[in-house]
Design a protein around this ligand. Structure first.
Ligand code: ADP
Ligand code: MG
Length: 225
């Protein structure tokens, strides 16, 4: 599970983004994080991935003490999660296959396993026929499928996605969230920042938290009806 306790984050310009935030995310949960632009959604994700340091408070992610983690352990820590970006961040001069392969090489997978695993993961996202294409030959939705394939190829416990549908059309948005939902149903914890209310409303199994006013403004898990 993921546990944030009394987390405060200020940037060096002493602007408080998050103040005294407490949150538990259970293993296997699917979470949408919403909130106005500038409210701190990306910051929240970066504290979990340790791209940013907390100003105070504690963060535990699957037994790892993220705040006390040593610098040399951060790359290994990040390899336990799959990260999906709004702008895809796939490598332009590598084929689809090579992009996904690279993520496996970084984790020191064997060539024989890569040869089996990459086509399998591409087929999960229906892009096996694009394996030898370059990113410039793909649509936005296909690029994001590559991003998803790369994120799950090493069997992460956690997927973090920061506005993964920010650069695709509405019907593709639905498909991307649906794929994340399927990944979640196979047991992976999924945390997705999104603006996409119309899509969000179609995925009722996701818990929704809203970040605003430096904290959690709303949490669907805590709604009393
Ligand atoms: P969101 O993802 O919800 O749009 P962010 O987490 O990116 O919001 O930003 C939250 C606030 O922190 C904003 O006011 C933003 O300007 C500020 N901020 C983000 N990153 C930095 C940084 N590296 N240095 C200083 N301020 C930052
Ligand atoms: Mg953001």
């Amino acid at each position: 599970m993921i546990r944030l306790r009394n987390v405060t984050k200020m940037y060096s310009n002493s602007v408080v983004v998050l103040r005294d935030l407490n949150l538990d995310i259970d293993t296997g949960e699917a979470l949408f994080v919403v909130g106005d632009s500038g409210s701190g959604k990306s910051t929240f994700l970066k504290l979990i991935t340790k791209e940013e340091e907390v100003t105070s408070g504690s963060i535990e992610v699957f037994g790892n003490d993220v705040v006390k983690m040593k610098k040399k352990d951060i790359p290994y820590y990040r390899r336990t999660m799959g990260i999906v970006f709004q702008d895809f961040r796939i490598i332009e001069n590598m084929t689809v296959f090579q992009n996904v392969e690279l993520a496996m090489r970084i984790c020191r997978s064997s060539t024989s396993y890569i040869k089996k695993r990459v086509p399998y993961v591409l087929s999960l996202f229906s892009i096996e026929d694009k394996a030898y294409r370059y990113p410039c030959e793909l649509s936005g939705g296909e690029k994001q499928r590559v991003g998803l394939a790369r994120a799950i190829v090493n069997n992460p416990k956690l997927i973090i996605a920061d506005e993964p549908t920010g650069n695709v059309d509405p019907s593709t948005s639905y498909e991307i969230i649906d794929l994340l939902s399927q990944i979640n149903k196979r047991g992976t914890t999924v945390v997705v920042v999104t603006h996409d209310v119309s899509v969000m409303d179609k995925f009722l199994s996701f818990r929704v938290i809203e970040i605003g006013n430096h904290g959690i403004q709303r949490d669907s898990a805590k709604l009393v009806s």
